[in-house]
Design a protein around this ligand. Sequence first.
Ligand code: UT7
Length: 321
Amino acid sequence: MYVPPMVVTNDDLAKLVDTSDEWITERTGIRQRRFSQGAPTWVLGREAALQAIENAGIEAGEIDMIIACSVTSDYCTPSLACMLQREIGAESAACWDMNAACSGFIFALDAAYRYLATGGASTILIVCSEVLSRITDFEDRSTCVLFGDGAGAVVVKKDEGRLFESCVRSQGKSGGALFARSGKFTSPFVKKEEIEKYDLFRENPGCHLVMEGREVYRFAVAAMPEMINNVCEKAGIPCGDLDWVIPHQANIRIIKTAAERLHIGMEKMVINLDRYGNTSCASIPMCLDELNRSGRLKRGARIALAGFGAGLTCGAIVLEW
Ligand code: UT7
């Protein structure tokens, strides 16, 4: 994982909008987050990718696929994955981006597993990197206190560890609950009104991230336990036998509700949102790295990963480390 050095506390945000450390901590569990001081998404991604390669003990030249996930890519094209290839010198890799918002890591690992299983690739680098502060509206207290910047990366190989089951889902009809525009369409040949009539979310103009927090909350508290149950059931692993659960880090209340519904103790739920806020698709690989580096992740450990986010999307994976 990599996070930029600048720490922004709840008190810092209370100087910008009408909020308080008490409200943010009680309603979300977030105490601080990191914000980029100008480093773009590819830089955060590169730092995480280089560490993942070192930890895996491989050479960049061995990587035959890079899957990058982000909702804050620096360029429409080339892809973030191609930018990372150029930076790390993974010259044999086929590179592509995947956008499943906060569920990105789950969707990417699911895809990587399928490439490995069919022999389409043998060493895959997944990089999740977000600079959410570039799409955050720092005048909107209901969203600006939630997000942070960060990156997480993993190397996955065939025959090391084991993925038991994965499940990914989407609910496009609820897309308006959480969205950010990629930029305004303007053309000297088309009237503004013609363009605007196709804007699905025209009641909320602007280029920042917009969220209907309660709707996403309701979706998340239902989806997360359901998806974990689903993959565990298919894998024949009782939820109680899991060593760790790594949930997407959006709100501690969502995580506690999931733990209660699954009858899993909070000590098995991996948390980092208190320190980094919601880092979208980077949250799960960042937690995985912290858990691994702390020495608590033993070979053979059974881990469930679960994500949800814009799209709306959700997914879960149960694997053996
Ligand atoms: O990565 C996936 C994307 N996001 C999520 O998963 C987020 C899911 N949703 C949530 O986590 C929660 O819905 C939020 C944390 C976003 C909001 O918490 P909530 O308990 O659902 O609050 P609310 O939206 O129902 O707002 C309650 C009150 C409102 O005031 P009134 O109308 O009751 O007077 C808000 O205006 O809290 C107010 N409020 C705030 N007050 C102080 C909203 N944001 C703030 C704030 N500081 N930052």
